[in-house]
Write a protein that binds this ligand. Structure first.
Ligand SMILES: Nc1ncnc2c1ncn2[C@@H]1O[C@H](COP(=O)(O)OP(=O)(O)O)[C@@H](O)[C@H]1O
Ligand SMILES: [Mg+2]
Length: 261
């Protein structure tokens, strides 16, 4: 089917003797934006690694952008997938400039082996401007603040105008202003006409943005619930998910979770 961005059928992923992901049946369609919510260790990053082809399913099938796993060049496909995670932050050679790191996203590699063309340079400037961060362009990555580093990684993820944009707990290490800036940037991006499909992973309900249409609750490697945001984010569902009574409230279009005594 043409409009399927991600399609996982009965996917299991085993590491050693242990199943980290089980019975994953999940489809993402064009026009949807998903939040994936789960506690630490529930398998969120592993699920993302399946999309990127960093890991392969032990059972079941994964197709991304209509390409079946194992039947295409993953390195080519990765150019259509932008990824922002704090894990990536540590993987870069720190003496490279922000511009070099952003450009490396074009080839979906860590490290840069090609020179920067004028066209790329202009494109990078445009993206950094949209992030209010043009000043970092020629600076070495290592001297940047946490918030600036995260913006560089977003610019890197955007350089290929990806069809899928993945955020894996992107707010870690950011102060409240950095967090709110990034969240409103994502909200704004997702509202654009030709927005990439956004997959946003978090353990915090507060980060689920108005623009996200769907929510997947992941628990101990299995899908606990998935569907439209309004159907999933209820007091009853979340109390069951967390195995403790909780209540959610809306505040300025964002959710707040509180424990019920
Ligand atoms: N490459 C790996 N090797 C061994 N265990 C792993 C690997 N990746 C993840 N795990 C284990 O799988 C579980 C889920 O991890 P992860 O997907 O990182 O969860 P989350 O992102 O939700 O915190 C954890 O128990 C973790 O220790
Ligand atoms: Mg993780």
């Amino acid at each position: 089917m043409d409009d399927l961005i991600i399609n996982m059928k009965n996917v299991y992923w085993k590491n050693g003797n242990r199943y980290i992901l089980k019975k994953i049946n999940w489809t993402v369609k064009q026009g949807e934006h998903w939040a994936i919510l789960g506690l630490n260790g529930s398998g969120k990053t592993s699920l993302l690694n399946l999309i990127n082809g960093y890991i392969w399913p032990s059972k079941g099938t994964v197709s991304v952008l209509g390409k079946n796993f194992g039947e295409y060049d993953i390195r080519e496909l990765r150019k259509s997938i932008g990824m922002v995670s704090s894990y990536l932050q540590e993987k870069f050679y720190t003496t490279e400039t922000a511009e070099e790191i952003i450009l490396s996203g074009k080839f979906a590699t860590i490290g840069l082996y090609n020179r920067i063309s004028f066209k790329d340079h202009k494109n990078i400037k445009k993206i950094l401007e949209s992030l209010d961060s043009l000043s970092v362009l020629k600076k070495p990555y290592c001297i940047l603040s946490q918030g600036e580093k995260q913006k560089v990684l977003i610019a890197r993820a955007l350089i290929n105008a990806p069809e899928i944009l993945i955020f894996d707990e992107p707010l870690s290490g950011l102060d409240i202003f950095g967090r709110e800036y990034l969240l409103s940037y994502i909200e704004h991006l997702a509202r654009k006409d030709k927005s990439p499909t956004i997959i946003y992973v978090t353990h915090r309900i507060e980060e689920i943005l108005p623009v996200f249409t769907h929510v997947l609750l992941l628990k101990k490697g299995e899908i606990y619930l998935q569907g439209e945001k309004k159907d999933i984010l209820t007091n009853e569902n979340l109390s069951g998910f967390f195995e403790t009574p909780v209540r959610i409230n809306l505040n300025r279009n964002r959710f707040i979770l509180t424990f019920v005594d």
